[in-house]
Design a protein around this ligand. Structure first.
Ligand code: ADP
Ligand code: MG
Length: 250
């Protein structure tokens, strides 16, 4: 991403933000509330347009495309293709309440990827196995705990086989005793290795454990981009240090 600028009205939220993310990286995105973390993820998911700058995902620009050898605004099918490489899980689970767990997981792969019912179902069951919820396949979201819903939401995003997964404070809305099961799923995904993961989190110990890189975002820019070891033991920026001590000793 290069020189990303984004405002809402006259509030400048991202200010010429530059960042490169390499395949299979596990990046923790930290920073104060309102610093633009969610906006950055939504932009990566192409849910928000940008005012200036350029985003490339997997070698292709998001909002422009080549057409007859020229640069043209992205059309719907270009956007669909680029978006399909990215999966996102939010703080609130956004499951389809009127569908059971299996239907939540098979709907989009059948509709968008054209999988047969059988293929979609096999893929869904494999993912439910991965998140430890095979026995909940026919449950409805209302019958699940928050931690279970969030694990279904993760499986649902994975069912589209994205190359990049974005996680926006996926444990923030959970009761404390349910946080561990969701972090456990993320940890397993991270250890599998190949997927690129960007994780907005306030769980610093978790970030330190699984991330290869930590970005500290403040006021719409990346103030520090460093290894977890440096960020958590000896950050180069005083503001990073201040932020961490405010989080660790509230
Ligand atoms: P974070 O996730 O780091 O807490 P956000 O990306 O949610 O920060 O928000 C950054 C800033 O952008 C905040 O000041 C917020 O109020 C503003 N903002 C985010 N989304 C919108 C929106 N859809 N309309 C107007 N302002 C928004
Ligand atoms: Mg946010």
């Amino acid at each position: 991403m290069q020189k990303i600028r984004k405002s809402f009205g006259n509030v400048l939220v991202l200010d010429d933000l530059d960042v490169d993310v390499w395949p299979a990286e596990k990046i923790a995105l930290i920073g104060p509330s309102g610093s633009g973390k969610s906006t950055l993820l939504r932009i990566l998911m192409a849910l928000e347009r940008i005012d200036a700058g350029e985003i490339e995902i997997d070698g292709e620009t998001v909002w422009t495309m080549r057409k007859n050898g020229r640069e043209a605004p992205a059309d719907a099918s270009h956007l669909r293709r680029v978006r399909s490489r990215v999966g996102m899980v939010f703080q609130h689970f956004n499951l389809f309440p009127h569908m059971n767990v299996l239907q939540n997981l098979t709907k989009a792969p059948a509709l968008v990827l054209g999988l047969s019912e059988r293929e979609a179902r096999d893929r869904a069951m494999e993912l439910l196995n991965k998140v430890g919820l095979v026995d909940k396949a026919s449950a409805y979201p209302a019958q699940l705990s928050g931690g279970e819903k969030q694990r279904v939401a993760i499986a649902r995003a994975l069912a589209m086989r994205p190359k990049i997964m974005l996680f926006d404070e996926v444990t923030s809305a959970l009761d404390p005793e349910l946080v561990g099961e969701v972090l456990g799923v993320l940890r397993r995904l991270a250890h599998e290795g190949e997927m690129t993961m960007l994780i907005v989190t306030h769980q610093m110990r978790f970030a330190q454990e699984i991330a290869n890189r930590v970005l500290f975002l403040e006021k719409g820019g990346i103030l520090e981009d460093n290894t977890p070891d440096v960020i958590f033991s000896n950050p180069t920026q005083p503001r990073t240090r201040e932020f961490l001590s405010s989080i660790l000793n509230p």
